[in-house]
Design a protein around this ligand. Structure first.
Ligand SMILES: *Cc1c(COP(=O)(O)O)cnc(C)c1O
Length: 368
């Protein structure tokens, strides 16, 4: 086994999937957002559990992520969330992905790919209601639908919008976005067709805005433990499936007045024991945690001292730390926990980036 690894607790992931599903009524389908390798948890493993827990589809960011799920044997609907490029048309059709197209997408390559492969390409229409990232604006929906009629091998499977500020307490902007979405929907006669997908809820919408659920919810971050922000009205009982684990490879005494690591940014005020851990910023462990973060050894917090290197880092070891001891850099050890939110606060980001940024470290799965 590798000295450093990401451990994913399948039971915790299943728990979250179940809690979320249980809050949504039966007529609201749920897609599991497993983009960025399920925010670092492994898209295929997460999807296997999601399907068992009543999720009906997968949502990924990109065509190649959808292809990876297909190659792993998934036959469920697979949505992509980011616009495809014309170069991806053949692949999107070949792997039966449901891709977003808006009024800026060049449609001919998609029509030709579908016709050439003797298939119908399913698309869903992103509506820009204020995120200003992708999507057709409500006032342009009618014209775009007219244009789509010229492409007989492209079928409109549904529509979605994305909320920019559903994760704050004041839902005024989020509600305005939903109003615009309603306006866009009013221009889509397809909305009345059976099976036509209408989707607006990200995790924040799932938690706090039942009016955003329509018939397909798209939770991402809450599948993996964190709430979208600490301003949510509803906080559900979610678990953190991910732990980042390593082991102590070296222990030594740092003499009073000696510096440790690049730049000598930490100087011992007295003789002290230090320990070295073989994880660094190349593993996605943020260098900004240098001299700020802590890790768990023997169920106790130990400070990171000196600059985090590319592949290694040092901690204040106390008397207890020995070579070979397990180190938890993220997650629980004994009674102590380092949450992704704690790391995110120190490095000035969100837990999403902390989790999906981990790399090079192999992933292992446990069942409790
Ligand atoms: C990432 C994403 C989601 C999931 O967002 P969370 O806030 O993680 O729940 C849903 N929809 C779209 C379009 C996304 O890009």
């Amino acid at each position: 086994m590798s000295v450093s690894y990401i451990e994913i607790n399948r039971s915790a992931l299943r728990h979250n999937l179940r809690v979320i599903r249980s809050h949504l009524p039966a007529h609201v389908d749920c897609t599991a957002v497993v983009k960025a390798d399920a925010y670092g948890h492994g898209a295929s493993e997460a999807m296997r559990i999601a399907l068992e827990e009543g999720y009906n589809s997968a949502a990924v960011a990109r065509v190649e992520e959808g292809v990876a799920l297909r190659k792993d044997g998934f036959t469920c609907p697979v949505f992509t969330l980011g616009l495809p490029l014309p170069e991806e048309a053949e692949t999107a059709v070949k792997y039966d992905l449901i891709v977003p197209v808006d009024d800026t997408v060049e449609l001919e390559p998609f029509e030709e790919a579908a016709e050439g492969q003797g298939k119908i390409l399913e698309v869903w229409l992103p509506i820009d209601t204020g995120m200003n990232r992708i999507g057709t604006h409500p006032e342009d929906v009618e014209g775009f639908l007219e244009k789509l009629k010229k492409y007989p091998h492209i079928h409109i499977h549904g529509t979605f919008t994305h909320m920019a500020k559903a994760d704050i307490h004041d839902k005024t902007t989020a509600r305005k976005q939903l109003e615009k979405f309603e306006e866009a929907l009013s221009h889509m006669p397809q909305r009345l067709e059976k099976g036509f997908i209408i989707s607006a809820a990200n995790s924040a919408g799932v938690l706090d805005m039942p009016e955003s659920w329509y018939n397909l919810a798209r939770p991402g971050i809450i599948l993996y433990g964190p709430h979208p922000s600490d301003e949510m009205d509803n906080m559900w009982d979610l678990e953190y499936p991910m732990r980042l684990i390593s082991h102590i490879t070296h222990v030594q005494v740092l003499r009073k007045g000696e510096a440790i690591g690049y730049g000598g940014t930490y100087v011992a005020e007295e003789d002290m024991r230090t320990a070295t851990i073989p994880i660094g910023y190349a593993d996605g462990f943020h260098r900004a945690l240098s001299n700020k973060g802590s890790v768990l050894v023997n169920g106790k917090r130990h400070r990171i001292i000196g600059r985090i290197c590319m592949d290694q880092m040092m901690i204040a070891a106390g008397d207890d730390v020995q070579v070979g001891d397990e180190v938890v850099l993220l997650g629980r050890q004994g009674d102590e926990v380092i949450y992704p939110e704690e790391i995110a606060a120190i490095v000035n980001t969100i837990p999403h980036e902390v989790m999906c940024g981990l790399k090079r470290v192999p992933r292992i799965y446990v069942d409790e």
